[in-house]
Design a protein around this ligand. Structure first.
Ligand SMILES: Nc1ncnc2c1ncn2[C@@H]1O[C@H](COP(=O)(O)OP(=O)(O)OP(=O)(O)O)[C@@H](O)[C@H]1O
Length: 347
């Protein structure tokens, strides 16, 4: 079964509820060496939301999430989690959240069951409730069959799911997950997404940092896009894609050296109203309202300019286009996203 986006989806930049799980106001974090990793971040995440925090390497995602979970203090600004201020009341914050760091905290010498039992002890889950809680969580993450095997025999994906189960032992209303699927193969990522969807379906607020647009598009009610320590935009995936506007035409040229000539020909022609033309490795991408209607005129204009094409594709905007138009940066992870798509088609 494929995970689907949760039912709380809205087409708004505002959280779907007044009941906020995460509130960050003008948060700045500057490291001791002077690096300004986070520069004025505002966030308002509603209780029960599945919220994506997306950005390229080094954008400041980990620094932000560590600040939200009280491991770092804001240099300026304030953070409230479940109504508790992270600076004034860090203990209350920690008791009301789960945090899964990038590095797994699974003890490989223990079995899956022992790992979860150990975390129950750390969090003081009442002794009489532990067996049921452990069974429920191992079932939730699909590790009930291997509950008594040592974690060292697990794949990377299984270890991540075990780690995620331990994050939930004290039934926190909010969980923070820092790039939980980085390094997982496509099959393991899909299973992890199903798990994340199921914990959100149970009412848990999920704050997920990731570099994978596909992940955000599939799972998140809303997302914030971070670049150079600043939030560039916050909205639903659907609204962001429609803000890119129109259709996207991908044109592959026989000779990539013709890109400039082709770009000039597109702008000179009246095939499209107000097009945006971006060069790619093999040709160009044209974005315009009703671009599909201008395809005939486009072919004529390129032919007249002496530019030969080998391939052509018309599609609706993706989050990749959003990312490109807002950050000016091409994404690096496309191969992995393609692998997930292919796997889903094969399923
Ligand atoms: N302890 C530190 N001291 C100084 N600078 C740091 C420290 N940790 C991170 N940085 C810098 O802060 C900036 C933001 O890093 P951060 O790890 O928060 O980004 P990120 O978006 O999580 O990146 P990635 O996806 O690579 O994990 C980067 O320029 C990074 O080099």
């Amino acid at each position: 079964m494929q995970p689907t986006r949760s039912a709380t989806e809205t087409d708004s930049a505002d959280p779907p509820t007044d009941d906020l799980a995460i509130e960050a106001e003008n948060v700045h974090v500057t490291y001791a060496d002077g690096t300004e990793a986070v520069r004025g971040v505002d966030l308002a995440v509603g209780a029960g939301e599945f919220f994506g925090f997306l950005g390229p390497n080094g954008a400041g995602k980990t620094t932000t999430i560590k600040t939200l979970v009280t491991l770092l203090h804001p240099t300026r600004g304030s953070v409230r989690i479940n109504g508790y201020d992270t600076t004034a009341d860090p203990r209350a914050v920690r008791e009301s959240i789960g945090y899964m760091a990038q590095e797994t905290s699974v003890d490989e010498e223990l079995t899956a069951r022992e790992n979860v039992r150990y975390t129950c002890e750390v969090y003081g889950v009442p002794t009489g409730e532990r067996d049921d809680r452990i069974a429920e969580l191992l079932d939730l993450v699909g590790l009930d069959d291997v509950a008594d095997q040592r974690a060292e025999t697990f794949s990377g994906g299984m270890q991540k799911r075990l780690d995620a189960a331990t994050v939930l032992v004290h039934r926190p209303p909010v969980v923070f997950l820092d790039e939980p699927t980085t390094g997982l193969d496509p099959e393991a990522r899909l299973r992890f997404w199903e798990y994340l969807q199921s914990i959100n379906d149970r009412g848990t607020t999920v704050f997920l940092t990731t570099q994978y647009l596909e992940e955000v598009d599939r799972l998140c009610d809303r997302l914030a896009l971070l670049q150079d320590g600043e939030v560039v935009t916050t909205d639903t995936p659907a609204a962001l894609k429609s803000a890119v506007g129109g259709d996207v035409l991908e044109v592959t040229l026989v000779d990539a050296a013709d890109t400039e000539r082709a770009t000039r020909a597109v702008y000179r022609s009246d095939a499209f109203e107000d097009p945006t033309v971006e060069p790619t490795d093999s040709g160009l991408t044209i974005t315009a309202e009703n671009a599909r209607d201008g395809i005939g005129d486009l072919f004529r204009a390129l032919d007249e300019a002496g530019v030969a094409i080998t391939g052509f594709d018309a599609r609706s905007p993706t989050l990749d286009d959003v990312f490109l138009s807002l950050t000016g940066e091409e994404r690096e992870s496309t191969d992995e996203d393609d692998a997930v798509r292919k796997l889903e088609v094969a399923r």
